[in-house]
Design a protein around this ligand. Structure first.
Ligand code: PNS
Length: 161
């Protein structure tokens, strides 16, 4: 049974992330969406809030597990006995950062490989940070995030259409 870890901040999850999960499920039997705990970076949503939103979205899909991890991703991969990491690529601008991370992870843990999937055309411009900025400034994010996330953004920030 093939298993991949899809790590990220997911602050919050967007439809672009969901699109990557669906694509990854064509290649892997099981996906763990792993929310990284980053003590140096306070998010809009707490890690438990992000995990809870993800749990609700994938409650019906037993191919998808939701988890969080602290410390190095490679240590989490080792712990979960996972040999594949999935990351989405939206544009060339993502490439340099992803290339560095994939190579560093490979150096630290040669047993795992990173698999890059191209985000669907509808989402190549969607990022969690832009969604948060648009929401904070009162813009409409319908269609860019799941309805539960749109609602959560509204609850947190108020006034989001
Ligand atoms: O969604 P993001 O913020 O682009 O995800 C980045 C993430 C969480 C995948 C990356 O920062 C990470 O793996 N963090 C865990 C700590 C770690 O292993 N750092 C070294 C990466 S080479």
């Amino acid at each position: 049974m093939s298993l991949a870890v899809y790590p990220g901040s997911f602050d919050p999850i967007t439809n672009g992330h969901l699109d990557i999960v669906q694509r990854a499920l064509k290649a892997f039997d099981r996906i763990i969406i792993a929310v990284a705990v980053n003590p140096g970076k306070e998010g809009l949503f707490s890690v438990p809030e992000r995990v809870s939103l993800l749990h609700d979205l994938y409650a019906e899909d037993d191919r998808v597990e939701i988890d969080s991890f602290s410390g190095l991703l490679v240590n989490y991969l080792r712990k979960r006995n996972a040999a594949a990491v999935v990351r989405g690529l939206r544009a060339v601008s993502d490439f340099e950062y992803e290339f560095q991370m994939a190579n560093m992870n490979r150096k630290l843990y040669g047993k795992a490989e990173t698999f890059f999937l191209m985000t669907g055309n509808d989402y190549f411009y969607v990022s969690s940070s832009l969604v948060k900025e648009v929401s904070k400034l009162g813009g409409c994010v319908t269609g860019l995030v799941p309805e539960s996330v749109r609602q959560a953004l509204e609850d947190k920030l108020g006034g989001v259409k």
